[in-house]
Ligand binder design. Structure first.
Ligand SMILES: Nc1nc2c(ncn2[C@@H]2O[C@H](COP(=O)(O)OP(=O)(O)O)[C@@H](O)[C@H]2O)c(=O)[nH]1
Ligand SMILES: [Mg+2]
Length: 209
């Protein structure tokens, strides 16, 4: 476990841009369909049971949640999408909020798109990926719930998703992940470290492994 991410603390929730923390330092945002496993992934990456809330009733949070890692670095839990029962007005509000955040947030260094490995690349995922491409934002895809399928098909899905993104002109890295089995944590930390400029002290990193 990488001790840096264990420091994560809830900072603030915002329904509108005027509630965002100052656009300073560095952020990595997590996006994904409701119920894809986004909160579970954040919790496992931060080695905390209830940092980001997990839920069996999807589609309720329309807030952007900010978590502080240290004075200058943050993780951001974006509101889930794709939940069929969301009313049109809420959908519009979601779109406006996301377009604003992804389009304008200068401190945003990369976007983690969390997808259920059994249902990757939904229409809404492509919308998110399109926004990332427009901005030239780095993308990492976490294909989560990988414990639900066998290793061979999981690796094959990862290859297919990487190929589809490449074909669409989106530069992205892709990995299988399981919050349940805590698989893929080190790979995901490696990407976050790069984006956030985290250089673990050799001693600290060696001791944590
Ligand atoms: N088997 C399995 N279930 C998971 C995994 N990640 C999340 N879940 C379950 O999927 C449901 C939705 O997870 P949650 O993290 O709340 O999704 P979110 O809406 O994207 O934040 C919950 O019941 C989780 O326990 C995983 O890696 N494996
Ligand atoms: Mg969630």
């Amino acid at each position: 476990m990488n001790p840096f991410y264990q420091q994560a603390r809830f900072l603030i929730s915002a329904a509108k841009p005027d509630g965002f923390p100052p656009d300073e330092g560095m952020e990595v945002a997590f996006a994904g369909r409701s119920n894809a496993g986004k909160s579970s992934a954040i919790n496992v990456l931060c080695n905390q049971r209830a940092l980001a809330r997990t839920s069996k009733t999807p589609g309720r949070t329309q807030l952007i949640n900010f978590f502080a890692l240290d004075e200058t670095r943050r993780l951001v839990d974006l509101p889930g999408y794709g939940y069929a029962k969301v009313p049109e007005a809420m959908r519009r509000a979601w779109r406006k909020l996301m377009e604003h955040y992804l389009g304008e947030r200068a401190c945003l260094k990369g976007l983690v798109v969390v997808m259920d490995i059994r249902h990757p690349l939904t229409d809404h995922d492509w919308t998110m990926l399109g926004w990332a491409r427009e901005r030239g934002l780095a993308v990492h895809v976490l294909l989560t719930k990988a414990d639900k399928i066998r290793r061979g098909p999981a690796m094959e899905t990862a290859r297919q998703v990487a190929r589809a993104l490449g074909d669409a002109g989106i530069e992205a890295t892709v990995q299988p992940f399981s919050a349940l089995k805590r698989e893929g944590v080190d790979d995901a930390h490696g990407i976050l470290d790069q984006w956030l400029g985290v250089t673990a002290e050799p001693g600290a990193r060696a001791a944590s492994e």
